[in-house]
Each structure stands twice: as structure tokens, then as C-alpha cells.
Design a protein around this ligand. Structure first.
Ligand SMILES: Nc1ncnc2c1ncn2[C@@H]1O[C@H](COP(=O)(O)OP(=O)(O)OP(=O)(O)O)[C@@H](O)[C@H]1O
Ligand SMILES: [Mg+2]
Length: 344
């Protein structure tokens, strides 16, 4: 097959790209800054994220993926085109793209992704199950009989799968991810302390001091925001103990949703998975102590993996470079013209 192979994980938080022979070459926020007057994009990824929450009315910010699906078609295509050109340069043959999608993606949403990817410059596209890719990225997808379980806690969504013999035997998607904690922290500060904070500050508080179990040794952070009373800037201290009840509530919601999903898994598959434990990946698995908390509440040993945010794109890279794996899972590269026939 002519053309370079490229793997894509277009997440709600970030776009990750894996290039054949190079590895992970792009990991950028799925954000585009737009000139509101002309409607043209003026920055992508990190550069656009820097102005998020800090720009005037003349610049708009759009998050191109939400809940695992394309939320801004035009800007998603422009963003992907920009990064594909950056990765592929002026090669004669168009790249062959493998993209991971969540298992509940409807045919219409799949077609939207295919359109975005082909308009952005792909020659052929292969849609794969993103959570299978996460399982490969966490090294739990073996060719042995018997279920192994992976949970990918992302920004907007949490996906899980049980894999056996290199394929998915049970999977599901929960519309809840790490971003719920950002929102809970912002809401708490607004309601209880009359302080408004921007998206970067909420993320910083979450990443640096929150914990899935109350920390024995309290941690604190100085951050800035705006008083909701007099609209003036304010610097303030926030502690892990203060935010814990709001984080705790969100994690309880997530645990409940995971329990509901797990209750649908056939008993023997679940028993296999319980024997081997659950691997956690995705950015949400970096919440301090989340593995211990989930282990206790689910009654199944959970453990994180190294570099969990890149697990899915690592797995897409593995799938992409192994034709047997792709074929065994029924995945094929299709041309743009074939899209209509293959996806109805
Ligand atoms: N140290 C950390 N502690 C807690 N959360 C973190 C940490 N680092 C990153 N995150 C969060 O992980 C999320 C990003 O994870 P990830 O890249 O897996 O999401 P995504 O794949 O883009 O989104 P989705 O799968 O929902 O479409 C963000 O909400 C980010 O704030
Ligand atoms: Mg993800």
C-alpha cells in the first residue's frame, strides 16, 4: 500500500498522532482559535489553548471534539489538515490513516469522522475501536483466551472493554470523564467562595492537588481568579481537603456508572477480568490514588499504566503496523469513494 501510515486519536482534550517509523509526533489540545470577523482559524493546539479563557471578543475558541464525537466539523478538518501536513510534508502519496473511535459511535458520526479525515488529506482510512487500541496500548490485549479488562478515563468520556484473543468481547462508553472534576472545582469556588476561575486554573488545581482519597498530608496551591463580588483580581489558597468533597462526589458518580456497566458483563468474562485486575489509562487515571479508590469500590484490583494519556495512540500505532491484527478484527482501509457504500 503506497503512502505513509498515520494513526490518530482525536480526543476531547487532545489530538494525538502516531507516524509510521517515527512514533507519537503530535500531542496537542483539540482546540482552535478563530478570528471572529473572518471566521478563519488563527491558531491550533497549544497555541490556541494558551488564549483559551484569556481572549477578547474578536477571538473565538472552539473545542472541535466533545464526548468523543466531532462537534465542529469545519475546524476539526482544518486542525487535522494542519497537523497532517506538518507530519507528512509534501509527500506524493496521501497518508493511510487509522483512527480510533469510541465503541458507541453511530454510523452518522463515523461518516463525519471519515469526511473530516479524508478532507484533511488522508488517502485511505481505517476505523478501529478506540478502546481495543487502549487495551493494546496497556499491553492487556493478548491472543490468549480469557478476558482482560481496561478502563480509559478520558476528558469527556470513560470507555471500558474486556478483550480476549486480541478482540473486544464486551465494551461500553460512559459520558463522564476527568473534566467533571474541573467543573466541580469551578462551581464550588463560585458558589461557596464567590471566586471565578478560568479553565486553566481549574485544570491546574485538579492536576496538582486533587486526590481520589482524602490525602493524609494536605497539599495546597496558590492560584488566581476574579472576585464574583467586586469583579477584582484575587489570589487565594486552595487545599486538597477543601476540594475533596466535590472530587469525591464526582468519583462516586463515575464508580456508579462503571458498576452499572460491569453488571452487564457475563459472569465468566467478569471473573477472568477480576482475576487479572483492571488496567487504567487515559488522563483521568492520573488523578492521585484513583487506582486504590476504584479497587476498593469495585472490589477488583485496578492499576495504572505508565504514560496513560498516550495508551490509546500507542495501541493505534501497534494495530496500524500489524496487518494480521487489523484483519483479524475485521478492519480495512477504505477509499473516500467507498465510504458511502461501507457506512450506511
Ligand atoms: N495529573 C492529572 N490528574 C488528573 N487529571 C489529569 C492529569 N493530567 C491530565 N489530566 C486530565 O486528563 C484529561 C485528558 O485525558 P485524555 O488525553 O485521555 O483525554 P482525551 O482522550 O482527549 O478525551 P476523551 O477520551 O474524553 O475524548 C484532561 O481532562 C486532563 O485535565
Ligand atoms: Mg480518549
Amino acid at each position: 500500500m503506497k503512502g505513509m501510515k498515520i494513526g490518530i486519536d482525536f480526543g476531547s482534550s487532545s489530538l494525538k498522532i502516531f507516524a509510521e517509523g517515527k512514533g507519537i509526533v503530535v500531542d496537542e489540545p483539540s482546540v482552535v482559535a478563530i478570528d471572529n470577523e473572518t471566521g478563519n482559524p488563527i491558531a491550533f493546539g497549544q497555541a490556541a489553548d494558551k488564549v483559551y479563557g484569556r481572549c477578547s471578543d474578536s477571538i473565538g475558541i472552539t473545542k472541535v471534539i466533545r464526548d468523543g464525537i466531532v462537534s465542529d466539523f469545519v475546524m476539526a478538518e482544518r486542525m487535522l489538515r494542519y497537523y497532517l501536513q506538518h507530519v507528512c510534508g509534501n509527500r506524493i502519496y496521501k497518508p493511510n490513516v487509522v483512527i480510533g473511535l469510541s465503541s458507541n459511535t453511530s454510523n452518522l458520526e463515523k461518516k463525519t469522522f471519515l469526511d473530516v479525515v479524508t478532507l484533511a488529506g488522508a488517502g485511505r482510512v481505517c476505523l478501529v475501536d478506540g478502546i481495543l487500541a487502549s487495551a493494546f496500548g496497556c499491553d492487556v490485549a493478548t491472543d490468549k483466551i480469557g478476558g482482560r479488562m481496561v478502563i480509559d478515563i478520558g476528558h469527556n468520556i470513560t470507555e471500558y472493554a474486556i478483550v480476549s484473543m486480541g478482540g473486544v468481547v464486551a465494551s461500553g462508553v460512559i459520558k463522564r470523564g476527568s473534566y467533571e472534576i474541573d467543573k466541580a472545582i469551578s462551581n464550588h469556588l463560585k458558589q461557596n467562595r464567590d471566586i471565578l476561575i478560568g479553565p486553566h486554573t481549574a485544570r491546574e488545581i485538579k492536576n496538582k492537588i486533587t486526590s481520589a482519597n482524602l490525602r493524609e498530608c494536605e497539599s495546597a496551591l496558590f492560584v488566581s481568579g476574579k472576585s464574583n463580588l467586586d469583579e477584582m483580581p484575587i489570589s487565594f489558597e486552595i487545599t486538597s481537603t477543601e476540594v475533596y468533597p466535590y472530587v469525591d462526589e464526582q468519583i462516586n458518580f463515575l464508580v456508579q456508572d462503571i458498576k452499572d456497566e460491569i453488571s452487564r458483563i457475563p459472569p465468566e468474562l467478569l471473573a477472568d477480568a477480576a482475576d487479572h485486575g483492571i488496567k487504567l489509562c487515559g488522563g483521568g487515571s492520573l488523578i492521585f490514588d484513583i487506582a486504590e479508590r476504584l479497587s476498593n469500590q469495585l472490589g477488583i484490583r485496578c492499576e495504572g499504566v505508565s504514560e496513560p494519556i498516550q495508551a490509546k495512540i500507542r495501541g493505534i500505532g501497534k494495530l496500524m503496523l500489524n496487518n494480521d491484527l487489523l484483519e483479524n478484527n475485521g478492519y480495512h482501509f477504505i477509499f473516500k469513494d467507498e465510504i458511502k457504500n461501507k457506512i450506511q
